[in-house]
Design a protein around this ligand. Structure first.
Ligand code: KMH
Ligand code: ZN
Length: 273
């Protein structure tokens, strides 16, 4: 089987230090958490940034500072900024990190209820504007899907030339409002993407490691990190993103899957082609 790409979603936009004191806010904290994840085996850092007091921001300068710090501490790691940002941000706000020409960025392919009354809005026009900009700059989108119809949207936009094939998907499973984190639904998503596509899976909350195992054994890839889950095991807060990556590496090794370096991940994902 091909090597396993581990993405670390170290920060997110929703989780706070009240949930887990190790959630990073400052540039230094974000650099340190990225480094712990990288040293444990992550080849991609999925990046959201915060102000020093923890407010999510898509400010280009803040992204630039955090990306420089991550590059300094984690040589060669792939940095994948979020264009999802936080619920309620405008498209202009969300798109700012694309101006830094990262190798990858997320492309959220549909609107979804995001817990309670929150709505994460991604209209077709938004998706087209974001994907066109990524296409023009040469940024590989990671297509974020929170439900199966979002795969169909991405496939349609790929046929229309907005997204380049082969596509890379992230199945986000277990958001309240999105697809459930079940084995059946995982098989449904994995069986619905084009045959030349790659995918990673992000299980939310207690589904993080069960979904990681499905990603490992199916030949897919895995995302872990505080953005999706703050616990190492039931009732035990993870000390760092590195601990979540270490556990994923242990599971992968037990199941006979080797871990991809950043350059191996670039090869698997066709980055820079
Ligand atoms: N924070 C969520 C509303 C992404 O990074 O592209 C959206 C999100 C997806 O996290
Ligand atoms: Zn994100």
């Amino acid at each position: 089987m091909n090597k396993l790409i581990i993405t670390a979603a170290i920060c997110g936009a929703e989780v706070t230090k009240q949930h887990n004191p190790a959630v990073p806010y400052t540039v230094a904290e974000i650099g340190e958490e990225a480094c712990r994840a990288f040293e444990a085996g992550a080849s991609i850092i999925h990046l959201h940034v915060r102000t020093d007091d923890g407010i999510p921001t898509q400010c280009k300068n803040r992204f630039a500072e955090c990306m420089d710090e991550i590059k300094r501490l984690c040589p060669g790691v792939i940095i994948q900024p979020s264009t999802g940002g936080a619920v309620g941000m405008t498209d202009e706000e969300r798109m700012q990190p694309l101006d830094l020409s990262p190798e990858m960025a997320t492309l959220d392919c549909g609107t979804v209820n995001f817990g309670g009354d929150e709505i994460f809005v991604n209209t077709e026009t938004t998706i087209k504007i974001f994907s066109k900009k990524m296409f023009e700059i040469g940024i590989k989108p990671e297509v974020e899907v929170f439900d199966k119809g979002m795969i169909d949207t991405a496939v349609r936009l790929c046929k229309l030339g907005f997204i380049l094939a082969p596509m890379h998907f992230n199945f986000v499973m277990g958001v309240n409002g999105g697809i459930a984190a079940t084995t059946r639904d995982f098989a449904y998503l994995a069986g619905s993407i084009p045959t030349d596509a790659t995918f990673t899976v992000s299980g939310i909350g207690r589904a993080q490691f069960p979904m990681a195992v499905l990603g490992i054994v199916s030949g897919g890839h895995v995302r872990v990190g505080f953005e999706d889950n703050i616990y190492l095991s039931k009732g035990v807060l993870a000390e760092s993103n590195g601990k979540l990556v270490e556990k994923t590496v242990r599971l992968a090794r037990e199941l006979g899957r080797d871990i991809a370096t950043p350059n191996e991940a670039r090869e698997i994902l066709g980055l820079g082609k």
